[in-house]
Design a protein around this ligand. Sequence first.
Ligand SMILES: [Zn+2]
Length: 241
Amino acid sequence: MKNILNNLAQLQEIDTQLATIEAQKGNLPQQVKVLEQAGVEVEERLEAATVKLGSDEKELKSLASNSEEYKAKLAKYQDQLYLVTTNREYDALTNEIDTIKTKIQEIRDQHTSISDEVVLLKAEITTLTEKQSELTGTLTKSRKELTSKTDLTNTLQRELEGRREEIAGRLSKRYLRKYERILEVRSLAVVPVKRRACGGCHKQISDQLLYEIKQGNQFIECEGCGRILVYSKNDDESNSL
Ligand SMILES: [Zn+2]
């Protein structure tokens, strides 16, 4: 029985290590994925900002040329003002001149507001470009790390799986099945007694039971959680009767 308990405890140790490896594995690929997603977002924003900048600059050019046209027209009408002979012609012409002045002012306002936007867009493009190169650097590093880490953990994993198979082979099917059934539900199947309590659910253990666990001649399951209880030498003092 002592051997069985010993093998079960070793099996648990290996399974815990394998679970840790699996958990660590899950983390880095996730980080790489997050970085890739961030890269895609930055690229999309960069593209949108660049397109907007292009259209704004085109709009500024067209506003400038419109403004030139109106200014030429204004100069022409202002010259004509000296040539009119009737009040009616004079009024019509000043009306026209006022309309053009309003139009020129509107264009000027539009030009100012788009120019402001262009300044902001250029700043945004600079920031995004910096962010993009930073992300590319981090991503390259993370991918490299992932590859080397994966190689390393795969080796370790294979090694542990080999040892697991060996230990599991020493156990009878009956105990192995029992162990695996508890593991499925509890994630830990074999727990040491800690401070006179179950290392899994902390249920207090009677002196009699503690004595039996210490003897190691029986297969004892915790009354609280059903885990297999083993005696831990490390915890000898706190468990002493
Ligand atoms: Zn328990």
